[in-house]
Design a protein around this ligand. Structure first.
Ligand code: FEO
Ligand code: CA
Ligand code: CA
Length: 570
């Protein structure tokens, strides 16, 4: 469907009667979410966090701040935030990813290097890069007097997991990779699981190690991190309650530029994990566990992601779709476009098993294997989230797929996927367009965001959406001027304003908003401010606005610092 037809169709604001009924049931008795009533902010180019009247924010922790008992510091470019309550509604553990270090790429300023020099008084090294990525576990607590959530510095559960932390490798690809790996990096989005762990996804690992594996699952060592490329691109799991635990890489969930993982868990049923592969022409994925979800059975929960079936989505033009299993018996239907990378297919090959030496090898090459079986090359799938009411899956396609067809909206779109029979194990689904990005005008009321990325459902089924307009477009390209800086938006999924975005926050210059996570009472929202100043670096001249950044401290020549903030009512 063209963008125009999509906008006219009303699909963006129309929910199926079934969903309406389901929402009515699940929302009964749910407390009203305290942050959802506000007058939207005007898009802003200010180098600060702009919130509606009656709201405030605190900076919780900044890049470089010590927070563990042994003096480890908060990593660079905080991204996804997950929250696990810790016994009381006012005490919690946060899992926060540190995606990458901002080197000078595609015309950007050497932000990390300049900032590192300014902050630490010396030049950075690759060893520093490895210590500044990965993820953090941070205990946070609400101050009874002020109501503000702040870090519990030096807590025994506070932890850094970085590019040198030892990992265990499990699942079918352990046979080809080995059972040990070193470190995690380019951690983008993730998930706090119902069984009390944090999942974190390795996205653009090809920045630091070789990406390609062969059909035997072998990969060379190399890149500036000098590590075996096949060890990265996985979903990893950390037990935050045991700071001495060894984190795991779950190869059953496949290897790609893993954006995210979103868990649907229902007692007595297999667990489904929905995932995006953030690249032009990347795929939408589903993993279905072999074991059933047994709440409270810690040991069986820890095994859930070690074995199961992995599927990639094929989206059909009319709104239908099929999950194609990445399995050795699956028939080949190669995507014909040469941009959809594939291994050389032997002339006799009929199934994936004729191409790959084993399931482990196919899982280690999941992106290319999916192109062999006709999975749809999509418009850069970023975050996926499971609706708390009906289990449908919302997908943020942040960009176009680069080919005519389903993914042509340059501003990105949010889709909704419903499994057949609402069964997480279904082999077929239906999809609809829920909300489209694009500039606001009279005929497109409510569409005021572009490039949706991280998302979060609150318990009422409202969708919170972070945006990541790239620094090369933001405040520079004429068609992006109406959006100004990146921000945080609220999009209800029911009622009169379903599908209409309202902006809660505008964030500092050249930053991307990430996370987000809500406290158990819904009264505070944690948000990562990633890479302020990434395009033009440290702002050094008055009048340079909106180029560069000095956030959060402010003051010309002050290096900007990626930081975690907490938003609440004043
Ligand atoms: Fe790391 Fe796809 O955002
Ligand atoms: Ca992301
Ligand atoms: Ca992003």
């Amino acid at each position: 469907m063209s963008r125009r037809r999509f906008l006219e169709s009303g699909l963006a604001v129309t929910l199926l009667p079934g969903l309406e009924a389901a929402l009515g049931r699940f929302a009964t008795g749910a407390p009203a979410q305290p942050l959802t009533r506000f007058s939207p902010v005007t898009p802003s180019t200010a180098d600060e966090v702009v919130l509606p009247e009656g709201f405030r924010h605190e900076v919780v922790i900044r890049w470089g701040d010590p927070f563990t008992a042994d003096g480890r510091t908060w990593g660079y470019n905080n991204d996804w935030v997950g929250l696990l309550p810790l016994g009381s509604p006012e005490d919690a553990l946060l899992g926060v990813n540190h995606e990458y270090i901002s080197l000078a790429i595609e015309g950007d300023a050497p932000l990390y290097r300049e900032s590192f020099q300014a902050l630490r008084g010396r030049a950075d090294t690759i060893a520093d890069w490895k210590r500044d990525v990965g993820l953090s576990v941070l205990r946070v607590r609400r101050d009874e007097r002020t109501g503000a959530w702040g870090p519990v510095l030096g807590d025994r559960l506070n932890r850094r997991v970085d590019a040198v932390t030892p990992f265990v490798v499990d699942g079918p690809a352990a046979a080809v990779l080995g059972e040990r790996a070193e470190g995690t990096f380019n951690n983008c989005s993730g998930q706090a699981t119902p069984w009390g762990t944090f999942l974190s996804c390795e996205e653009n690992f090809q920045d630091h190690v070789p990406e390609a594996v062969d059909t035997k699952g072998r990969s060379p060592r190399g890149g500036d991190f000098d590590l075996p490329g096949g060890h990265y691109g996985w979903v990893v799991e950390v037990d935050p309650h045991d700071p001495a635990s060894t984190p795991r890489k779950h190869t059953a969930l496949g290897r790609c530029r893993h954006e995210n993982v979103a868990i649907r868990a229902e007692p007595g049923r297999p667990v489904a994990a929905y995932m995006g592969d953030d690249r032009t022409g990347g795929h939408v994925w589903k993993f279905v566990s072999d074991e059933l979800y047994r709440p409270g059975d810690r040991e069986s929960c820890r095994r859930l992601l070690r074995s199961g079936a992995l599927y990639a989505a094929r989206f059909e033009d009319g709104g239908g779709g099929e999950w194609r299993r990445l399995d050795l018996a699956t028939e080949l239907h190669p995507n014909p476009d040469p941009r959809d990378l594939k291994p050389a297919l032997p002339p006799f090959a009929r199934t994936l098993g004729d191409v790959y030496e084993g399931l482990g090898a196919a899982l280690a090459d999941a992106y290319q294997a999916a192109n062999c079986i006709g999975a749809t090359p999509a418009g850069r799938p970023e975050d996926l989230e499971v609706h708390p009411g009906d289990g449908s899956v919302f997908i943020a396609f942040t960009a176009v797929s680069g080919r005519p067809g389903l993914f042509e909206n340059v501003y990105g779109e949010i889709w909704r996927l419903e499994e057949e029979g609402r069964d997480a194990s279904a082999k077929r689904f239906r999809w609809t367009r829920f909300a489209g990005g694009g500039p606001a005008d009279a005929s497109r009321a409510g569409r005021v965001f572009a490039q949706p990325d991280n998302m979060l459902f609150d318990p009422e089924g409202n969708l919170w959406v972070c945006t990541d307009m790239s620094s090369s477009r933001l405040n520079q390209r004429a068609d992006y001027l109406p959006f100004a800086n990146n921000g945080l938006f609220l999009i209800p999924t029911r009622g009169e304003s379903a599908g209409r975005a309202r902006q809660l926050a505008s964030i500092p210059c050249e930053a991307e908003s990430c996370g987000p996570a809500l406290t158990p009472d819904g009264g505070t929202l944690f948000l990562s401010i990633q890479h302020p100043g990434e395009r033009f670096g440290i702002r050094k001249q008055a009048g340079a606005e909106p180029r560069g950044s000095n956030w959060p401290e402010g003051g010309l020549r002050t290096p900007p610092r990626p930081s975690l903030i907490a938003i609440r009512r004043s």
